[in-house]
Design a protein around this ligand. Sequence first.
Ligand code: RFL
Ligand code: PHB
Length: 414
Amino acid sequence: MTVHERTQVGIVGAGPAGLLLSHLLSLGGVDSVCVETRSRAYCESRQRAGMLESTTVELLRAVGLGDRLDAEGLEHDGIYLQFDGERHHMNFRELTGGRWITIYAQTEIVKDIIAARTAAGAAPQFEVSNTAVSALDTARPVLSYTDARGMRHVVTCDVIAGCDGFHGITRRSIPGGGLTMLAERSYPYAWLGILAAAPPSTDEVIYCRHDNGFALHSMRTPEIGRLYLQVPADEDISRWPDERIWPELATRFALPGWSLTSGPVLQKSITPMRSFVAAPMRFGNLFLAGDAAHIVPPTGAKGLNLAVADVTALATALIRLIRDGDAELTAAYSDHCLERVWRSTHLSWWMTSMLHIAPDQDQFESELQLAQLRHLVSSRTAAASLAETYTGYRPLRFDPSTRLDAARLWPSVA
Ligand code: RFL
Ligand code: PHB
């Protein structure tokens, strides 16, 4: 059986981008339907990002999603950079005049927004199948899907938001020529990530360059550590039993007088590393946001923060379009987002290249990496530049009630 429905914004994907978009649209009085292939439990437990820019934290607080984040998030002043047997603290709060970073897992943000949408009587539709989008270049694009009970839905929309991640269907539904740029870089290594019942051995996240490869020590709570190791791009996870992971982490992070606390590994996975940008982030009345439009390697922690920035801009633009009949911001959406996307793409490419050891790396490249790291820890100007982009490029603004013109809201594109 097929049911025909109507909504203002059809949202494909209930990751951070799709969920936050549906929440922001509702604050501006715009209806949406959000569909997701996975189960709620899966979405709420998928281990991914953890590091939030202060701009992201301020946005989440401003839109009513800050309670648990403020109670449970771990606020940090900066990071450590480790190389050549030295560990240096980079105090971002001091370098930026007050900006910081917060560790609060993506799983928790996802839970908070699902709870808010459920309380508002607008929970996402989980476990859908055969999602499709059509009539994208018309004024009535269509989202269709089969729900968990087998009912087919055909939803006529004003606009569709593709928030379905890198492997989703929305970007691939854009006809040939609709995307004028597909820029991509893959890296010859991957990250093996573990979640461990081991209290963090550090007060701030450590980014470490070691001749054996990169390592990152992050955390989730005062009891749970999150750690990553550079491994070969096509690595088989079975080659990394826990008894091999902990000694290798201890070797890479080793410093006199410091030791790494190990503990049971709760979860383990390997993530390939890639940069990818598709543009424009719009085709007709389909708007792409988050990983559906761009991905970055996790060094620099930009992916989730970019997804939040995209949908903050998209929500403002769609509220203007749908509620006020004003298309100025939707016209500027792609250019506005891409400026931040490329800034973050550069940061994550640069940090990745500076901290990882390529399989064919020679002494020339190693010395360049070390020279760059020494410059960062000894030049206040260089450190401030890293701090500025790491903690959040420009403040995020979401205010559906004002009618600021584009020139004041998004100065770079107006
Ligand atoms: P998501 O999270 O991939 O969500 C997309 C959702 O769409 C669903 N979907 C569909 N639904 C309906 N129909 C279809 N046909 C569908 N196809 C797909 C999917 O099931 C999914 O639920 O994308 P979104 O919302 O754009 O969010 C992006 C972030 O998840 C991602 O950028 C970050 O996790 C990246 N990232 C990090 N970002 C940070 O800002 N800080 C970090 O510290 C950080 N660490 C990381 C990371 C990503 C990692 N991995 C595993 C890729 C660490 C790691 C290891
Ligand atoms: C994390 O806590 O998962 C994390 C932190 C910093 C990164 C990437 C991931 O660059």
